[in-house]
Design a protein. Structure first.
Lengths: 238, 406
């Protein structure tokens, strides 16, 4: 299956943030989305996921050929397009275990709870309020866990590795591999570092977003190498 | 005990309004009086008890209808394990302990409501005594129901004494029978938790339109004792005003949780004060309130430390469901000792759009997301609540969530 983004332009509060984006994701493949702060990466992911605060003014999103652009976020999630937040909000009184159960029941991921909580080492957080008082690593691991429980066809991971210790990155990378290999999830992952990229597959495709547009694309490993050498100004050959 | 009270002083206190909440003209109410038509009406009441507070009639140890106390079969079963559950009026005649405890934590002249109860209440209410080391095998279910509502006043004077090392769960449901409205309920409660004892007290309030409610509660927790209280109010009410006080001795601990769904023109003034008087005493006061349809909710919480090592935390969280309602949160911390840790958190707002959006991104519709968040908000927990009572609390929270969005 494919998730195709065609000439997508999206704005927040009538200010255009991403423009004319074309993107293709396939089941079981990983695309890394790179770009400096403010390039529009989070807005692009939010637009694909259908969050209400992002307005798509042009273009469309096709899931297996079906135009899902008019659908609200929860309908898209049910069809398999699921966003994993960079900073999920604190949910007072909503225990991780309860939210996991609700999501898993809804999306058919009950059988994944045990395996994923083992991979991400989050059992001890189950009786805590979701994201309340969590460390950076705990927050990311639980968010990836909840995302995976939706059995996403396509997961949009917004910086699952930022502000996270190395041990947590290893666990998150393992969960990503699990999703790709076991669930055949297609992944669009925003990242700033090579650490995660090296662990989820150097063969991944990479896309560089600058000022709301795709500046260039290629093998993620090469782009990351160039990025380290030249920074975002030089990565696309400029 | 009664003889040492200065009756003149109490009579004067009939004019003494509470510092909080709307003042009630007590002359507008007549005592609930004796019950008539008891047999024929009883069935309807028990149905109401089951429906509103989830307690089957057979589980009740004490039922007070208006001011008529009815000892129930369960109190006989408690006798077998040494636990006394009896109407207070009867206990005052039988037990020196009851006489020694009555009107000790709460002076009759505190305000017009305590004075009225002292002078005209005929000591209706319950008396629970748990002997040293005994753990109640079942929760003590008690129920206080107004009779007709309307212009009737119901007095209740309750005493619980959990003796050294003992443990008790007491659940009180207060209601007006289905289809009734109005009335005034005054409940005076004196709870004693002796050394290393534990009392888990749950109070579920389901009043009616037009009912005024004035509970007056004081708790004394001796060294190493623990008092855990869960209070839920989920029905319309004309006004409710309460400010329970908990005195804590050395190493004693208290947690008080209030979950309130305010609605209609109701005036809800709910407070609580923990007085950390002994070394290393600790307390947590938690309130989670939602206000809708023009209701006004005031949440007052105070922790007062006067001994070293005290720890306390106040959490007052409020959700406004519309722009007609009001929530005011007033957390107060006070200490006369340096070596204490007192903190508070207070927040009022609406269900955050960001949180709704987050849950929508995980496959929940907007309405489902609101329900999940509201249920979570209301799910403040008290450790040690018996499973049977927990089921009822969950049912109440379901009810609140179902009715919260119109």
């Amino acid at each position: 299956m494919e998730l195709r983004v065609e000439r997508l332009t999206a704005s927040i509060d009538s200010s255009e943030i991403v423009k004319d984006i074309d993107l293709l994701l396939r089941s079981g493949e990983i695309v890394l989305l790179l770009g400096p702060n403010g390039a529009g990466k989070t807005t692009l992911l939010s637009a694909i996921a259908g969050l209400p605060r992002v307005h798509v003014s042009r273009g469309r999103i096709l899931l297996g050929g079906e135009d899902v652009t008019p659908l609200p976020a929860y309908e898209r999630a049910k069809k398999g397009i699921v966003l994993s937040y960079q900073i999920p909000p604190e949910l007072t009184g909503v225990k991780v275990s309860r939210l996991a159960k609700l999501i898993a029941e809804r999306m058919g991921g009950e059988d994944l709870i045990g395996a994923l909580s083992n991979i991400l080492e989050i059992d001890y957080l189950f009786e805590r309020d979701a994201f309340r008082g969590f460390s950076g690593g705990e927050r990311k691991r639980v968010e990836v866990f909840l995302t995976a429980l939706t059995r996403p066809r396509f997961a949009l991971l917004d910086e699952p590795d930022s502000g996270v210790d190395l041990d947590s990155i290893k666990l998150i990378a393992e969960a990503i591999r699990f999703m790709v290999e076991e669930l055949r999830t297609g992944m669009l992952i925003v990242t700033h570092t090579r650490i995660l990229a090296e662990r989820v597959g150097v063969e991944a495709h990479g896309v560089v977003l600058k000022e709301g547009r795709i500046a260039c694309s290629g093998r993620a490993s090469e782009l990351l190498e160039l990025l380290e050498e030249r920074g975002f100004d030089g990565v696309c050959g400029g | 005990m009664v003889s040492v009270v200065d009756r003149e002083k109490v009579l004067k206190a009939l004019e003494k309004a509470s510092p909080y909440g709307p003042d009630i003209d007590l002359s507008a109410y007549k005592p609930a009086g004796s019950v008539y038509g008891l047999d024929s009406s009883m069935e309807g009441l028990e149905e109401s008890v089951e429906k509103k507070i989830g307690v089957k009639p057979g589980q009740l140890s004490y039922l007070q209808w208006g001011e008529t106390a009815l000892a129930k079969a369960m109190s006989e079963r408690f006798k077998e394990v040494g636990v006394t559950v009896e109407p207070l009026a009867q206990a005052l005649k039988k037990y020196e302990l009851a006489r020694r405890l009555a009107w000790k934590l709460i002076e009759p002249d505190v305000d017009k409501y305590t004075a009225h109860t002292f002078l005209y209440g005929r000591e209706a209410g319950y008396f629970v005594y748990v002997p040293p080391g005994v753990k109640t095998p079942w929760p003590v279910y008690t129920c206080l129901s107004l009779f007709t509502g309307y212009d009737e006043v119901q007095h209740a004077h309750n005493i619980i004494y959990v003796d050294e090392g003992a443990e008790a769960h007491v659940t009180t449901g207060c209601l007006v029978p289905h289809g009734k409205s109005g009335g005034l309920h005054i409940g005076v409660s004196e709870f004693y938790v002796a050394k290393n004892a534990k009392l888990v007290f749950t109070m579920l309030h389901s009043w009616g339109e037009g009912t005024h409610v004035r509970p007056r509660t004081v708790v004394r927790v001796e060294e190493g004792g623990q008092y855990l209280s869960y209070y839920a109010l989920y029905s319309p009410v004309a006004s409710v005003q309460t400010y329970p006080k908990v005195y804590l001795d050395k190493n004693a601990n208290a947690k008080l949780v209030s979950v309130v769904a305010g609605t209609g023109n109701g005036y809800y003034d709910l407070g609580g004060e923990a007085l950390l008087r002994g070394e290393n005493a600790s307390a947590e006061l938690v309130s989670r309130v939602i206000a809708s349809k023009g209701s006004k909710i005031y949440t007052r919480a105070k922790i007062n430390a006067s001994a070293p090592g005290g720890k306390g935390h106040i959490e007052c969280l409020g959700l406004l469901m519309d722009n007609e309602s009001i929530i005011e949160a007033i957390p107060v911390l006070s200490s006369s000792k340096q070596e204490v840790q007192l903190t508070h958190e207070a927040a009022i707002g609406m269900i955050a759009g960001e949180k709704i959006e987050y849950l929508m991104s995980k496959g929940f519709s907007e309405d489902e997301a609101r329900s999940i968040l509201l249920r979570g908000f209301l799910a403040a927990e008290v450790p040690g609540i018996p499973p049977a009572v927990k089921v009822e609390i969950d049912r109440i929270i379901d009810y609140i969530v179902r009715h919260a969005f119109g």
